[in-house]
Write a protein that binds this ligand. Structure first.
Ligand SMILES: [Zn+2]
Length: 137
């Protein structure tokens, strides 16, 4: 059995939609996306002042949204503290899931550390002012 055969078998299990049904499904999905609450963050768009292969190429700068000159720097090339642990019996799906979950944990840690730095900066330099939010989705 080849990957194409597997795909054909899977495709045969999917319901066959008429053009009208497929269009209605697309419209429903589009309406749902438009009505989803917008997501926002206090994390500004990062700047990457040094292009690879500069030794500081992994530095992402998150400048103060008020333009005061302060910026939080995060080294995205810094060593990841999480060890990678993959069981010998892991399937490719397991490995994808393990790396996906690891990436999610790391992203959450980076977001939290940048938000903490921004809130600390606002408490010190702009007391009484909330960091402005920007829409991300
Ligand atoms: Zn500032």
């Amino acid at each position: 059995m080849s990957a194409d055969t597997d795909l054909d078998d899977l495709a045969a299990l999917l319901p066959q939609l008429s053009t009208r049904e497929a269009f209605a499904e697309l419209e429903t999905a589009q309406r749902a996306a438009e009505q989803a609450p917008p997501q926002s963050t206090i994390i500004p768009e990062p700047e990457f002042p040094h292009a690879w292969p500069h030794p500081k190429g992994g530095i992402a700068r998150f400048p103060c949204a008020l333009g005061c000159g302060w910026a939080h720097e995060h080294d995205s090339y810094a060593e990841d503290p999480d060890p990678i642990s993959v069981p010998l019996t892991a399937t490719s799906e397991d490995i994808g899931r393990i790396f996906g979950e690891r990436a999610e944990r790391r992203a959450a840690r980076v977001r939290a550390s940048v938000e903490t730095a921004i809130r600390g900066h606002f408490a010190d330099a702009h007391p009484g002012q909330e960091p402005p939010k920007r829409r991300i989705a």
